[in-house]
Write a protein that binds this ligand. Structure first.
Ligand SMILES: Nc1ncnc2c1ncn2[C@@H]1O[C@H](COP(=O)(O)OP(=O)(O)O)[C@@H](O)[C@H]1O
Ligand SMILES: [Mg+2]
Length: 342
């Protein structure tokens, strides 16, 4: 009774603190904040000042004057800059709740499986500093499986592959618990970096990672589709140092992406090889569910299906699965305990 009242006053929240984006789910309201995980900082001498957080800060990536830095505090799914991660977390929580809540909210935070004990404690501390009363951590792939509405409580196995910015999280869940979990450092950012490297090699031209991401969103694909597409981008000629236009074909883009996505395939194979045979048979029958922003790469579900021999289903709202699942856990303490990151 008292707990209920507390809940209403505080608006408990679930957070997907991702390498690329941070999503906040507020109890009773759903996802209210979706921001790029970027903080812009102005440094002068020994002091520094935060000038923007989220979308405004992302616009500054790669185009800030020297004294302003656009920082991504979470790298490869792990907090690389604690101070700024806390700023990001606090700002997103404030935006989600509107004003300072009367009572500190309970918080659930999704973390990749690869995080160490020390890193987890740091995330919990950050969440408390950002105003959390009681902070629980949950494995990102388990949250994503819940968010994708997979039947995780049944005796059948559900496989989920969450392709984010810095990591691909692979999880196999059965009867409400995590059976196999794996994290592969091959995801959206790696596609962008592979493209930067390919253009440098083939055109002797340097483009920024931001530009590489834009190319991915505009013409990015895998599996031989749209091979005739082309895109014109600006880069710096490495010979002359002068900016110039280069035309990149869809074929070149796909060639750059292939080795990165092969690592995802390899990760799925390794996860399956560690899966008990009956559960592996379930995956063969029902397939795997693809989520995370990287799942939206055109042609990916079909390509992955061909490469793994498994049916591949694209989740309905791939970028929001983990946050939705973590949000559902706010009201499901029993499952929350079972999907705690191992
Ligand atoms: N339509 C799209 N096609 C291909 N990649 C996309 C698309 N939309 C987003 N992405 C990529 O998805 C990644 C971010 O996914 P997200 O789930 O938000 O990451 P994280 O959970 O790690 O923060 C980025 O690399 C982004 O470029
Ligand atoms: Mg995500």
């Amino acid at each position: 009774m008292f707990d209920r009242a507390l809940e209403r006053l505080s608006g408990d929240i679930a957070i997907d603190l991702g390498t690329s984006s941070t999503l906040v789910y507020v109890q009773g309201r759903g996802i209210t904040v979706e921001e790029p995980s970027v903080v812009a900082v102005e440094r002068s001498g020994t002091s520094s000042r935060v000038v923007a957080v989220g979308a405004d800060a992302k616009r500054m990536v790669g185009r800030t004057p020297e004294h302003i830095q656009a920082v991504r505090p979470i790298r490869e799914g792990i907090i690389a800059d604690f101070e700024l991660a806390e700023v990001l977390l606090r700002t997103c929580v404030e935006r989600a709740l509107g004003s300072r809540p009367l009572v500190k909210p309970r918080m659930i935070v999704c973390v990749p499986v690869g995080t160490t004990e020390v890193e987890r404690r740091a995330i919990q501390e950050s969440a408390r500093a950002a105003g959390g009363r009681e902070v629980s951590l949950v494995g990102k792939s388990a949250a994503a499986a819940l968010g994708a509405e997979l039947p995780i409580h049944e005796a059948t196995a559900s496989m989920v592959v969450d392709i984010g910015g810095g990591t691909t999280e692979i999880g196999l869940i059965s009867m409400g618990g995590i059976v196999v979990n794996a994290s592969v450092r091959a995801a959206g950012d790696h596609l962008d970096r592979a493209l930067v490297a390919a253009i440098q090699q083939q055109h002797n031209t340097l483009i920024g990672e931001r530009t590489a991401e834009e190319i991915k969103l505009r013409v990015g694909a895998i599996g031989g589709i749209d091979d005739g597409s082309q895109v014109r981008v600006k880069g710096r000629d490495l010979g002359t140092g002068i900016p110039r236009d280069v035309v990149i074909s869809g074929h070149e883009v796909q060639a750059a992406y292939t080795p990165v996505l092969e690592e995802v395939v390899e990760g799925i194979r390794r996860a399956l090889s560690r899966t008990p045979p009956e559960l592996a048979a379930d995956v063969l029958d029902h397939g795997l569910v693809l989520c995370g922003g990287g799942a939206l790469l055109r042609g990916l579900p079909a390509w992955l299906s061909e490469r793994t021999g498994l049916p591949v289903i694209l989740a309905e709202d791939p970028r929001r699965c983990a946050a939705l699942g973590a949000g559902a856990l706010l009201q499901d303490p029993e499952t929350l305990v079972r999907v705690a990151p191992a």
